[in-house]
Design a protein around this ligand. Structure first.
Ligand SMILES: Cc1cc2nc3c(=O)[nH]c(=O)nc-3n(C[C@H](O)[C@H](O)[C@H](O)COP(=O)(O)OP(=O)(O)OC[C@H]3O[C@@H](n4cnc5c(N)ncnc54)[C@H](O)[C@@H]3O)c2cc1C
Ligand code: SF4
Length: 494
């Protein structure tokens, strides 16, 4: 039986960072990733689902909600839209109905700043120049200006972007600094073994002295059971870092619950989509006196964002770019238009979309300090599913959000069209937080401030699911900063 100082499960924003830092500190590390491994630019510019699904995992729950997560070496750093923001202080201060702060006491903006700085340097994150904002971003800025609101240039890990609009498939031009360009090469330079197509099924503790992880009388560790291209395998590790992302880490712990008997009742509960909710607007034909504008081109992140409603309502707004507005335009038109081509790519589709709403569709989404309304569960096959929880407070958040967006639309003459019904709110979510949330005590969460599980020493959860609550800005930078901190704490403990 192979044994390691650490096994890391998942290679996204949480996993790759921890693996690289533990490897750098001289630990023997193996990272297991269920997805394929592509070369840094080895992707395909296609909307064919067979291609997209090699990069993005769409988890469709029994309630027909579809969440998008990473599924490739590099995790969702490969398809993500590049927006990286530090959490404003107010998001750290969010409290529950009893006045308990969600974030453990040690966390504040100042406490995370040194780790943010490390990640920003590794991923070359910077504020875009005005000349880099796409047309869809420009339209968004214009709409907000007409509503008397501010917008600012976003902070991205893109450099010299060509605005081809295929960010979600993986950038073939290598203009996005992903885990494959940063932490993964660092990890491999320090001897970390990365095994692709290795899907972890469950974990169980190894009694001291039997697992090869510490020798007689030594520290007990964990046995990791996984399948590698259909072959069943087991390895032992002194430490396990679960970093399977916002849905799959909770599912893995739930599958392991028969063995990890000290795991408390919070696993899977408190799942939170960061208040993410999409909006689509149709701009008037003569909008702002601009004749030939085009919202259907450019990078997936249109390059602007607005903090205008953050202090008052805990809400930020973000324009959608790339394929998003055109896909929504096609959806709108398809309800009444028999000419919809059978496939959503190629010239006939492009012409159809252009004729449907001649480039006047604007897409944007909101993020907010909103409560969760769902729990991650597993079905009888052990696969991830979701179950509804109380959503009264979430609906109140959506009421507030819709009133803000309607106010913007009225001021700018934009017609808002229905997107996701309340019942399916969350369907477009890629921000999948809090299903293994951190807390100061086991009474409130799954892991402590160092991301170590309550009740199981040396078992960590370090990814999107560790964040204790919505943060109202894009989460990837915070996930990676938290992973930098967690790796430091693991190394200090020895
Ligand atoms: C299309 C898209 C656009 C996005 N845009 C942005 C953005 O602009 N800004 C932002 O901040 N965030 C964005 N996000 C969200 C962001 O990418 C995620 O929050 C972040 O990647 C989460 O990091 P993670 O480590 O938790 O999970 P991931 O990055 O998803 O990595 C988890 C990895 O674990 C693997 N895994 C899961 N289960 C197992 C298992 N049992 N065994 C082995 N491997 C397993 C998965 O295959 C995956 O590769 C976007 C996400 C998507 C999908
Ligand atoms: S829009 Fe820019 S970052 Fe996105 S795939 Fe094209 S070149 Fe890469």
């Amino acid at each position: 039986m192979d044994s390691f100082d650490a096994v890391v499960i998942g290679s996204g924003y949480g996993g790759s960072v921890v693996a690289a830092r533990l490897g750098e500190a001289g630990l023997r590390v193996r990272m297991l990733e269920r997805g394929l491994r592509h070369a840094p630019g080895g992707f395909q510019q296609s909307d064919d689902l067979k291609v997209v699904s090699q990069v993005v995992d769409v988890v469709v729950t029994s309630g027909n909600i579809a969440y998008r997560t990473g599924k490739i070496v590099g995790g969702a750093s490969i398809p993500m839209d590049g927006a990286h923001f530090r959490i404003p202080s107010k998001s750290f201060a969010a409290t529950d109905g009893n006045g308990r702060r969600y974030w453990p006491e040690v966390f504040s903006r100042a406490a995370l700043d040194p780790y943010y700085a490390k990640v920003e340097a590794m991923l070359h994150i910077r504020q875009l120049g005005w000349h880099e904002i796409s047309k869809a971003g420009g339209m968004f800025g214009k709409v907000l200006k007409m509503a008397g609101a501010s917008a600012e240039r976003a902070r991205l890990n893109y450099r010299d972007c060509l605005h081809c609009g295929f960010c979600a498939q993986g950038c073939i031009y290598q203009k996005k600094v992903t885990m494959l360009h940063s932490y993964i090469p660092l990890a491999e330079a320090h001897g970390v073994e990365i095994v692709a197509e290795a899907n972890v099924h469950h974990l169980e503790p190894t009694p001291a002295g039997t697992g090869g992880t510490g020798g007689p009388g030594g520290t007990a560790g964990y046995r990791v059971s996984y399948s590698e291209r259909g072959e069943s395998r087991q390895i032992d590790a002194t430490r396990v870092i679960v970093a399977g992302g916002g849905i799959h880490s909770a599912a893995l712990l739930l599958r392991s619950r028969p063995y990890l008997t000290a795991l408390g009742p919070h696993v899977g509960e408190h799942f939170n989509n960061n208040g993410e909710h999409p909006f689509i607007g149709i701009l008037p034909p003569d909008f702002a006196g601009i004749a030939g504008y085009d919202c259907f081109k450019g990078m997936d992140n249109a390059g602007l964002m607005s903090f205008h409603w953050y202090d008052s309502d805990g809400i930020t707004l973000h324009p959608g770019g790339g394929i998003e507005p055109s896909a929504f335009a096609a959806n709108l038109a398809s309800a009444t238009n028999p000419a919809l081509p059978p496939q959503t790519w190629g010239l006939p589709y492009k012409r159809f979309v252009a004729s449907a709403y001649p480039h006047r569709v604007i897409a944007f989404s909101a993020l907010g300090l909103a409560p969760g309304h769902t729990a991650i569960t597993i079905n009888t096959d052990g696969n991830a599913d979701a179950a509804p929880r109380d959503r009264v407070a979430y609906d109140a958040y959506l009421d507030r959000l819709e009133a803000i967006v309607q106010g913007i639309a009225d001021a700018a003459g934009v017609t808002i069209v229905p997107t996701v019904s309340r019942e399916y709110a969350g369907t477009t979510s890629t921000h999948l937080l809090s299903a293994c949330r951190m807390a100061d005590t086991a009474a409130d969460g799954v892991i402590d401030a160092d991301c170590q599980t309550f009740g199981h020493e040396n078992l960590y959860v370090c990814d999107a699911s560790a964040l204790p609550y919505a943060i109202a800005v894009n989460p990837a930078l915070t996930i990676a900063a938290l992973a930098e901190r967690t790796a430091e704490r693991i190394i200090e403990r020895g």
